[in-house]
Design a protein around this ligand. Structure first.
Ligand code: B1M
Length: 210
């Protein structure tokens, strides 16, 4: 069933994706497996095919829509509503970057772990991140970038936060396929997180939550 789910995502068949996610849930498959082995597995192949010019941007776009439709169905199982907040995170995809699927997932994982998440969306300017973090008294700013060309915006956020005297008060975590621990160190971010689960670990560690 998860292979069928991946295949439906690759062809951008949102109706089939929604229906298969519902069936997988009904059959008590683990939500993490549905996400990783079904939805993310399919999207990984889409990325590979796009890179090798087997498919084109509109195909990627409809696959992304199907992915979002599937994630909407899965979301309630990944988020525990009503548990007390253990910290506040302002999250967004950096300016110039429209990739928000991974960022959305990270937000879902953080919420599921008990963080309050303020999602600024995609294409977010450095100033907006910093102002939102101050206004909302967030402890963490989470930055996502999927393009090598938008990674430098992360440095701009770190620089602006430093200029505003926020060093040590608000921690900055980064993630997204082209980023790395080395890049986090280079720009002075507080942590690099590999995926949503790792982002939860990073955020917990940063706030000293067991
Ligand atoms: Co684009 N795109 N895209 N794309 N796209 C990539 C990223 C690319 C790698 C494809 C490729 O060439 N193989 C390539 C980037 C190359 C590079 O810079 N090195 C690329 C390109 C080139 C482009 C355009 C420039 C194409 C064009 O116009 N010619 C264009 C740019 C538009 C823009 O942003 N300004 C573009 C557009 C698009 C769509 C709009 C069509 C669509 C995005 C739709 C959307 O997000 N709403 C899209 C998609 C879907 C992809 C791929 C296929 C899939 C991305 C995705 O959603 N993955 C992608 C190829 C790939 O990554 N395999 C590709 C699934 C998601 C769950 O994973 O986003 O990696 P990911 O998130 C992970 C981790 O990275 C991490 O955790 C997440 C969960 O595990 N993570 C964090 C992410 N953020 C984090 C933050 C954290 C912690 C962890 O803490 C705060």
């Amino acid at each position: 069933m998860l292979n069928q789910l991946s295949d439906s995502l690759m062809t951008g068949n949102a109706d089939a994706v929604v229906s298969l996610v519902k069936q997988a849930i009904d059959q008590k498959l683990d939500p993490g497996d549905i996400l990783n082995d079904g939805l993310i597995a399919g999207m990984t192949v889409v990325g590979q095919k796009f890179k090798s010019h087997e498919i084109f941007l509109p195909d990627v776009l409809i696959a992304a829509k199907a992915m979002n439709a599937g994630m909407e169905v899965l979301k309630p199982l990944l988020v525990n509503e009503g548990i007390p907040s253990i910290g506040r995170v302002v999250i967004g995809t950096v300016q110039g970057d429209l990739h928000d699927i991974g960022k959305n997932l990270v937000g879902i994982m953080l919420k599921g772990a008990g963080f309050e998440v303020i999602d600024l969306g995609k294409d977010v300017a450095p100033k907006t991140f910093v102002e939102a973090a101050i206004e909302n008294e967030a402890q963490i700013i989470g930055l996502s970038a999927l393009l090598t060309t938008t990674m430098p915006v992360m440095k701009k956020v770190v620089t602006l936060a430093t200029e505003k005297g926020l060093t040590g008060k608000i921690k900055i975590i980064i993630g997204g396929a082209p980023t790395s621990i080395d890049y986090a160190n280079e720009i002075g971010a507080d942590a690099y997180c590999y995926d949503g689960i790792n982002a939860v670990d990073c955020a917990r560690r940063i706030l000293g939550v067991a």
